[in-house]
Design a protein around this ligand. Structure first.
Ligand SMILES: O=C[C@H](O)COP(=O)(O)O
Length: 691
């Protein structure tokens, strides 16, 4: 059983397809025949008595615009682009159009609504019914626009949007300049006009009914032939109405007659065995006269080869004379029905080539054939037979022109979305693994007392801290690194399982005559397990170079101490964006000489010098970025496993207030705390960030 939501989803998407395809078809057939749509708009305006007010250029613009809007909206709906806006516009469109078509159906001012051009001819009631269906569909879509499935991602939809609008506008202009690429009218290339005019034997005849109005003794009454009364009634009036249309041939209004109206030459011309050129101009006064020279050349060509050439127009003789004066036309003019001429060819003037009533070729005045005095006889040119064009091929070509780029784009887009999904999945797996690794790494909060507190103060602080952390077990490793003189005493106080102990430095020599120095071995003998090396204050104030630190590290490890190795850039280096270079060089200079096994005893402390004791903390993003970089270069050097096991601490104005945000980052495994490690409560606040 389908759930209610699924049914809704199916309804929305079915409705969306119905509306989209209808709009695409309707917009497209209008776009391939902009003049046809313009004529239809003109018919509507004429029905409303406004035909003379609105200039042709406006009706033509409206025609192109209407086609572009319908087609584009259909495509947007098909691809589910700007779903909310398009569904609202569609509904608004149908809310206006449906009552309008009801009015058309009721009043019948124009016979065929023209919604699908000449491709599909609907009666006004059929159009109204179609619009009711579309109105319901657009309402369904409007209620749940977000249920429409996207065929293209939001980031790429602009391509479809622009391509669609461009395609449909270019199509309209192309068909306007040349001729409609698809001709749905009865005068298409290959059509036999005489055949189109035939009424088959036994075809249904039109039916008429006459009503008679008669009067007797002052009373008026209506009668038909069936109940016509006796002669005591006096005839007043009669009316005849057509009750059945009868058979109407496809071509029913094609005629050609001489300008004086004396002779109908339709049959004569359609029966001509030879080639007949018909220059078609519904209104010769409005015809484009730019190419009259080419027309005259074709006329001359016809005269040379014995082909007939005539001009059909609905204009009056004055207009015809004006055309003759302008162009020097010598060809014969005939009168024909204006609407018929507009239907025959969508160009003013346009040229049609007939042979025995069959349409061989049609040309717009912008695209006339090259038939001058040097051209061979028609029989020896392509024009001698019916132009080879296949409706299916043309449709396929158009569909490919429009759909192929869109299909390729959609395919690429979907592939990208799919690989994006895979990448996301992979990343989330990676992230999960990395977070998992983070959980497996040691989380450490280490205090660096620096040169603060005398022995008594230090012992008191160590005691306080030991008590606090014994009572409230930390969720991380806690280390305090003290000046040398505190070490032995503090070691006695600390519960080793709760707080580790470290020195702040050790000598770079093993033993001997180095007055004032304290060796790694001596540090170890106090009970300490750690030593801080490479702190920026020692590098800066005491000139400790990478080489010295390399020696110190080796000695510390040799004596069983773990090393908290500090690295970090100065403010100038950060401003020059050299932080990565700096930390890499510091690691390479002092600890990357170690074996992977030895390196496991190193804890890295990244401390940007500009953040130490200044109150300026690196943002958690800045810190995470460089921590991740440090881990990546450790991975390059020692492999992923070692990198994932190495704890990297952040140091520099770390406090209880910012520690949680910093420690939440994937590659930050704790902190090396200066100032805030000198008060038990402050330090514990930071330790508690891990809880
Ligand atoms: O070793 C610790 C760092 O130098 C950080 O010191 P600070 O927390 O006082 O900024």
């Amino acid at each position: 059983m389908m759930s209610g939501r699924k049914i809704q989803w199916a309804c929305v998407n079915v409705c969306r397809m119905v509306v989209a395809l209808t709009f695409i078809l309707s917009g497209f057939v209008k776009a391939v025949d902009p003049l046809g749509t313009q004529y239809k708009i003109h018919d509507y305006l004429a029905a409303a008595g406004m035909a003379d007010i609105v200039p042709d250029v406006v009706t033509l613009g409206l025609s192109v615009l209407l086609a572009a809007v319908e087609f584009s909206m259909g495509v947007f709906l098909l691809f589910a682009i700007h779903r909310r806006t398009v569904s609202r516009l569609m509904l608004a469109f149908m809310v206006v159009m449906t009552p309008l078509t009801l009015w058309l159906a009721l009043t019948d001012p124009v016979k065929d609504c023209g919604c699908f051009g000449d491709a599909v001819v609907l009666t006004n009631w059929e159009t109204f019914a179609k619009n009711v269906v579309l109105l319901v569909c657009t309402f369904v879509i409007f209620r749940r626009p977000m249920m429409m499935v996207r065929f293209i991602s939001k980031t790429n939809q602009w391509i479809i949007l622009n391509y669609t609008v461009l395609f449909i506008l270019v199509s309209s202009v192309y068909c306007l300049y040349y001729l409609p690429v698809l001709d749905f009218r009865p005068y298409h290339v290959g059509a036999d006009i005489k055949k189109g005019m035939e009424i088959p034997d036994g075809a249904e005849q039109p039916q008429f009914e006459t009503t008679f109005i008669l009067e007797k003794n002052g009373t008026r009454k209506e009668f038909t032939v069936d109940n016509y009364p006796d002669s005591t009634w006096t005839f007043v009036d009669s009316k005849t109405v057509q009750t059945a249309a009868g058979y109407v041939p496809e071509i029913h209004d094609f005629y050609m007659q001489t300008l004086d109206g004396e002779e109908d030459v339709t049959d004569k011309i359609l029966d001509e065995e030879g080639y007949t050129f018909l220059l078609i101009s519904p209104h010769i006064e409005q015809a484009d006269d730019l190419n009259f020279g080419d027309i005259d050349v074709i006329y001359e060509y016809c005269m040379d080869h014995g082909y007939s050439f005539r001009c059909l127009t609905a204009s009056n003789e004055d207009a015809i004379q004006r055309w003759r004066d302008i162009t020097g036309a010598e060809y014969e003019f005939l009168h024909a029905d204006e609407t018929t001429l507009k239907t025959v060819i969508r160009s003013n003037p346009g040229l049609m080539l007939l042979k025995h009533g069959v349409v061989l070729w049609k040309w717009s005045h912008n695209d006339l054939p090259d038939l001058d005095e040097n051209a061979p006889r028609l029989e020896d040119t392509v024009y001698g037979t019916v132009k080879q064009e296949s409706f299916t091929e043309t449709v396929t070509e158009i569909v490919l022109w429009f759909m192929l780029p869109l299909l390729l784009l959609t395919f690429a887009d979907r592939m990208w979305a799919w690989t994006g999904w895979l990448r996301k999945k992979k990343n989330s797996n990676k992230r999960y693994q990395r977070l998992n690794k983070k959980n497996m790494r040691k989380k450490i909060v280490a205090g660096n007392w620096k040169m603060n507190m005398n022995l008594q103060e230090g012992v008191a602080l160590a005691k306080e801290l030991n008590e606090a952390l014994t009572a409230d077990k930390p969720n991380c490793d806690v280390i305090i690194c003290t000046p040398f003189i505190h070490l032995a005493s503090v070691a006695q106080i600390l519960d080793k399982d709760v707080i580790g102990l470290g020195a702040e430095n050790c000598a770079d020599k093993e033993k001997g005559a180095y007055t004032g120095e304290v060796s790694a071995e001596m540090v170890k003998s106090t009970g300490a397990q750690y030593v801080i090396l490479g702190h920026s204050e020692r590098r800066g104030y005491y000139g400790e170079t990478s080489e010295i630190l390399k020696e110190k590290t080796l000695l510390a490890l040799k004596n069983g101490l773990k090393v908290i190795f500090c690295i970090g850039e100065s403010l100038e280096e950060r401003e020059a964006n050299k932080q990565n270079e700096v930390v890499k060089a510091e690691l390479e200079g002092s600890v990357f000489n170690l074996t992977a096994e030895e390196f496991k005893n190193i804890v890295i402390a990244y401390e940007p010098i500009w953040a130490i004791g200044t109150g300026k903390t690196a943002t958690s993003e800045q810190a995470e970025e460089i921590h991740a970089y440090i881990r990546s270069i450790i991975a390059e050097k020692y492999g992923e496993d070692v990198a994932n096991e190495t704890s990297i601490l952040y140091g520099g104005s770390c406090k209880a207030s910012n520690a949680p945000e910093l420690f939440a980052k994937e590659d930050i495994d704790g902190g090396l705390i200066g100032g805030a490690s000198l008060k038990a409560t402050d330090f514990k606040g930071i330790i508690d960030a891990w809880k």
